[in-house]
Design a protein around this ligand. Structure first.
Ligand code: NAI
Length: 308
């Protein structure tokens, strides 16, 4: 099984690292535009092979897409962060250009690949990838909900003072500080609703911490996070390649589901060898439905910036 990761930066290289030491794929190709960068990251990861003990082969290339041929999954993490003075529209314009040309190059050599979009603004980049490539909707998956849900479970486990592996919870909606929706009502600890253990005030605090989870880390690190993002991509890629059929919140093209159409947003999906195998219709209450509709408005506003 072969995975290509375009963008050998913090998130891309961490993802390659997790995929290799967990042997999720037999082959990983890192691609970057910075001369020698992907080759260097690949060599560094391969020099762990005898200490962390794995057989995955990781290679790197500076923009030679022929090396990516026959990839089963392609992850797009290439993009630039917003720089001081840059407007959101300018950022979207630059990253849209990068994501579009990467997706086109990839499909020349891997026409059957499933594409996982990570670059921000992720919901908009997923929508752009789907529209620009004309791929069927099961083959274009935006990664955001896996990360936001893992952060949600982290904050829940801290509030409960229990191990996070015993906590269940999901974040749906847009992948942004103000657009994501942590589903506190449906979160559970060992099968029991977390509301059995936490007050509404505590749950609201958990939701608020989750929503600013990325920004909190950017404040601490001076740049956006990479361990949890990279691991979340690897978790998603594992479910695709190894047909795990995990239920993961992913940004996918909606055609009426959750009351939305012509938009990519985070909803619970079964992820397997065909990519999006199924969209799960979780029954939302009126408050959650209203939050989802509001989130969709914000994502649509971003998508409109693509056209301007
Ligand atoms: P980074 O700056 O460390 O890495 C980006 C890499 O992309 C750089 O090495 C750059 O040289 C490369 N690149 C730029 N244009 C390219 C092109 N045309 N072809 C190949 N490579 C190219 O950034 P980081 O932290 O790895 O983040 C990557 C993206 O992922 C950003 O857009 C970031 O906002 C997003 N992100 C998304 C998350 C999510 O949950 N969806 C979570 C974390 C980051």
């Amino acid at each position: 099984m072969k995975v290509t990761i375009v963008g050998a930066g913090n998130v891309g290289a961490t993802c390659a690292d997790v995929i290799s030491y967990r042997e999720i794929a037999s082959e990983v190709v890192l691609v970057d535009i910075k001369e020698g960068f992907a080759e260097g990251k690949a060599m560094d990861i391969m020099q762990c092979a005898t200490t962390t003990v794995f057989n995955t082969q990781v290679t790197g290339t500076t923009g030679d897409y022929s090396k990516t041929a026959g990839s089963d999954v392609v992850v797009i993490t290439s993009g630039i962060p917003r720089k001081p003075g840059m407007t959101r529209e300018e950022l979207i314009g630059i990253n849209a250009g990068i994501v579009k040309s990467v997706a086109e190059n990839i499909l020349v050599h891997s026409p059957e690949a499933i594409i996982v979009v990570v670059s921000n603004p992720m919901d908009t980049m997923t929508y752009l990838t789907l529209k620009a490539t004309g791929l069927p909707k099961n083959r274009v998956i935006g990664m955001g909900g896996a990360l936001d849900s893992s952060r949600f479970k982290y904050f829940l486990s801290k509030a409960l003072d229990k191990p996070s592996n015993d906590v269940q919870g999901m974040v749906i909606g847009g992948h942004g500080d103000t657009t994501m929706i942590p589903l506190t009502r449906l979160a559970s600890y060992n099968g029991a609703p977390v509301s059995n253990y936490l007050s509404q005030e505590e749950l609201d605090k958990v939701a608020a911490s989750t929503m600013v989870g990325g920004a909190t880390l950017t404040g601490l690190l001076g740049t956006s996070a990479w361990y949890a993002p990279g691991a979340s991509v690897a978790y998603l890629v594992d479910s695709i390649l190894n047909n795990q059929k995990r239920m993961i919140a992913c940004s996918v093209f909606l055609e009426g589901e959750y009351g939305q159409e012509d938009i990519c947003m985070g909803v619970p999906c079964i992820i397997g060898r065909n990519g999006v195998e199924e969209i799960i219709d979780v029954k939302l209450n009126d408050t959650e439905k209203a939050a989802f509709a509001k989130s969709a408005e914000a994502v649509r506003a971003m998508n409109a910036d693509l056209k301007s």
